[in-house]
Write a protein that binds this ligand. Structure first.
Ligand SMILES: NC(=O)c1ccc[n+]([C@@H]2O[C@H](COP(=O)([O-])OP(=O)(O)OC[C@H]3O[C@@H](n4cnc5c(N)ncnc54)[C@H](OP(=O)(O)O)[C@@H]3O)[C@@H](O)[C@H]2O)c1
Length: 373
């Protein structure tokens, strides 16, 4: 039964909000799985709670049912994502809910994953369980924005990080850019890296900066565990120099995407994976690059690149979100620009974004934006 959202009781909202908070605990660790939380309750009383912690380990429902035990019989289960209906690395959660004898299941978001996609709900209903969907659906989808993007659009959610001065510059003319923003902003960036499946950059940045593209969090940071994101370098002609951190440090896996015209056979690449990506004009085809990453189970891709790659992603409509850090400094006319974008002759063609949120981080400001539909 798909009742209108106002058909839910106030207590349903309370429990689902708590289930979402539980799901959020998996923000940094469930990759490539979605973040999911579950509450088993009877009226106001919470009988069990759980969240999915790591791929391959039990799902949220299993933890919650285990805690509720026999008391789950006749109770309501609140789940932020449709319970799975198939045997993956763990048994189907829909079966576990049926076996536990819950009377009602409230689901925030339906799971588009082909092996679930309505089958979980159907299984529950076939067992005589009342099922309601859509309570806080938007919040549940937002929490797994990359997972939904990968399954529904066959490409990851692409988040482009940019850091600039008040006059829109990213570095001095000589390339010096350390550091425009302060410590709090830089720590914030590390957390966005940590929740991502991959960190994407271009050969220009590798040549200029020799970046590590790893997650480096302070010991005091609330984020302790995360799945090291895949480092992805777009390097058509294999210009990445021997000894680059991304080739040698072994701190995280590296995938180097190059054109079919070159072969990654030399010893530079012995510790990393190299793969061919199709070209489009004088560059790698970014749509294909994202399809490759989706096929590798990448949900959220964090881009830290120069103005060429960041501009191309934006111009091609492939940047889903921009994380813009603004430092209260001016770098002057000769400073390097934020993005290389095609020249516009009509104001009507301007790239329009909308602000999702904004936050003060020390002296700096972070604005999160998404392209207007
Ligand atoms: N402020 C910041 O947050 C920040 C972050 C990162 C970098 N930077 C700065 O950015 C500068 C480097 O900028 P950049 O623009 O030269 O480098 P980039 O954007 O990191 O890389 C551009 C290169 O990526 C490769 N590429 C392959 N396919 C592409 C495609 N479809 N679209 C775009 N690029 C593609 C191309 O090289 P191939 O032809 O070799 O494949 C291209 O030249 C450095 O000075 C660095 O310090 C600043």
């Amino acid at each position: 039964m798909n009742r209108r959202p106002d058909a839910f009781h106030a207590i349903d909202h309370v429990h689902m909000a708590q289930a979402l908070r539980l799901a959020e605990r998996g923000l940094y660790t469930t990759q490539p799985n979605p973040r999911v939380g579950c509450i088993i309750a009877r009226g106001e009383e919470v009988l069990g709670q759980g969240w999915h912690q790591r791929a391959g380990e039990s799902h949220a429902e299993v933890f919650a049912l285990r805690e509720a035990g026999e008391r789950a019989r006749g109770a309501t289960a609140y789940v932020t994502l449709e319970p799975c209906a198939h045997w993956g690395r763990t048994p189907p959660c829909a079966d576990a809910l049926v076996a536990a004898g819950v009377a009602r299941v409230v689901i925030a978001a339906e799971d588009p994953f082909p092996q679930v996609d309505g089958h979980g709900i159907a299984k529950l209903r076939a067992a005589g369980i009342e099922v309601q969907t859509g309570l806080m659906r938007d919040a549940a989808r937002e929490l797994n924005i990359g997972f939904f993007s990968r399954i529904e659009r066959k490409r990851p959610w692409v988040r482009v990080k940019l850091a600039m001065s008040l006059d829109g510059r990213t570095a001095l003319a000589n390339g010096e850019s350390k550091w425009i923003t302060g410590e709090a902003a830089r720590a914030d960036v590390q957390r966005w890296r940590a929740r991502s499946s991959a960190i994407l950059t271009g050969s220009g940045t590798v040549l200029a900066d020799n970046p590590r593209l790893t997650v480096r969090l302070d010991e005091s940071d609330p984020v302790h565990a995360y799945v090291p994101p895949l480092r992805v370098i777009l390097d058509r002609h294999l210009r990445t120099p021997a000894g680059s951190h991304v080739l040698t440090d072994g701190q995280a896996p590296t995938l180097l995407l190059h054109a079919a015209s070159v072969t990654a056979s030399d010893s530079r690449f012995q510790h990393v994976e190299c793969a061919i990506a199709p070209e489009l004009g004088n560059a790698l085809d970014l749509t294909e690059v994202l399809a490759i990453l989706a096929a590798r189970d990448c949900n959220e891709v964090h881009v830290e690149a120069g103005p060429t790659l960041c501009g191309a992603l934006l111009a091609e409509g492939l940047a889903d979100e921009v994380l813009l850090y603004i430092a209260p400094v001016f770098l002057g006319d000769s400073g390097r620009p934020l993005l290389h974008l095609p020249v516009l002759t009509e104001m009507a063609d301007r790239w329009r974004l909308q602000t999702v949120d904004q936050r003060q981080l020390g002296e700096d400001l972070r604005i999160r934006l998404r392209p207007r539909a």
